[in-house]
Write a protein that binds this ligand. Sequence first.
Ligand code: ATP
Length: 457
Amino acid sequence: MPATSMQDLVALCKRRGFIFQGSEIYGGLQGVYDYGPMGVELKNNLKAAWWRSMVYERDDIEGFDAAILTHRMVLQHSGHEATFVDPLVDCKNCKSRWRADHVKDNTCEKCGSKDLTEPRPFNMMFKTTVGPVADADSFAYLRPETAQGIFTNFKNVLDTTNRKLPFGIAQIGKSFRNEITPRNFIFRVRELEIMEMEYFVRPGEDEAAHEQWINTRLNWWLDQGLSRENLDFHQHPKADLSHYAKATTDIMYRFPHGLEELEGIANRSDFDLGSHSKKPEELGLVAKVLPNTDSVTKLTYRDLDSNQDIVPFVIEPAAGVDRGVLAVLCEAYTEEAVGDSTRIVLKIKPHLAPIKAAVIPLARNKPELVALAQQIKNSLQKLGLGRVLLENTGNIGKAYRRHDEIGTPLCITVDFETLEQPAATASVTVRNRDTMAQERVLVTELASYFQEFYSQT
Ligand code: ATP
């Protein structure tokens, strides 16, 4: 069963400042979304969790951050210019356009006509011009995946880190795909962010590494709070493989609109490094875009055992940040009966929560109370566990409702008792989001309480 309906989720995201339509005040740009004050925290936390698990907690992966603007030759050699296409059909009646493999019963979704054109390939890469002169040779692509920036820098990383196989290079960044029909909120967008890691292994060791990464990635999603029942695998049949792939397994998530891809884990073989090491003529590319592209950099690895240059194979786990955020939100969204009313609560894992704690002075118009709350907020903020918020609205009920909906694990209320007691015995009320249990905690012990809470989650 889907965790929730997409409608409820979209409403929550707008109401509480997670996600807005891009360029909304001008009618919106289709397939483009902006992340609000809560959304940016959640998204950053998810990316940080990925980076920690890839780059910091392992000893065989380096980080990277390549440019978005990409030379045409890169995407010619990678095969994207020729094959990064989706099949497009036109409705002859209403002129709308659809992705052929998404069309049901050969019927236009907009007007119901069955008069559709034959499918034709549509290249999904965005182009832009670089420099002041816009001519045939001055265009560059916005990258459709982050991977190529890693492949073209393979030698740079190898030479500067002295890595031995197997090792990986990880990157998180924006990518652009001119999807024919963006849909399902942030599931299919035109400007997306990908968390991608290229793991280089010796040829022959690729299949075992592929299996390992499928397991590692599934476990990571479980650690982000997704439940095993909502996750599944899909192995691509040979006929459906991308041009570069020897094998691909997707991790699927049960989104409200169906079981769909969350992450793809591909065995890209030696396709990309091999292809970038070839001359354009060898690949049948006639268009020499710039004169300085004649020299070919060999993207190989010197194997000291055999004393030969080898082209490593690559295993690539590639996960969508936006789809990850959506899955986490779907999983966490909960409606609970409390007495006669319903409480909406985002039961998100604490390390992903946008706000780590809200500090709430019981009354807004009492400057000493607010000052004490501010002090407590500042001291918790300094611990570096993420954003702590001073919630100074003066309405405790509303504050709890808001923080339930944005998934704040702890609400700390500062009341008159806190103010009146001597500093050594002054205490605050700490409310737990999931159990709604409240307990008094000494102000002097709040920092360790807070640290202890986050070290366990
Ligand atoms: P799909 O088949 O859904 O179009 P894909 O197989 O083309 O996706 P990959 O090239 O494997 O996707 O990209 C890696 C990951 O990036 C995907 O698993 C997905 O999470 C994410 N992704 C791809 N396209 C989009 C998009 N248009 N909007 C949001 N996320 C996307």
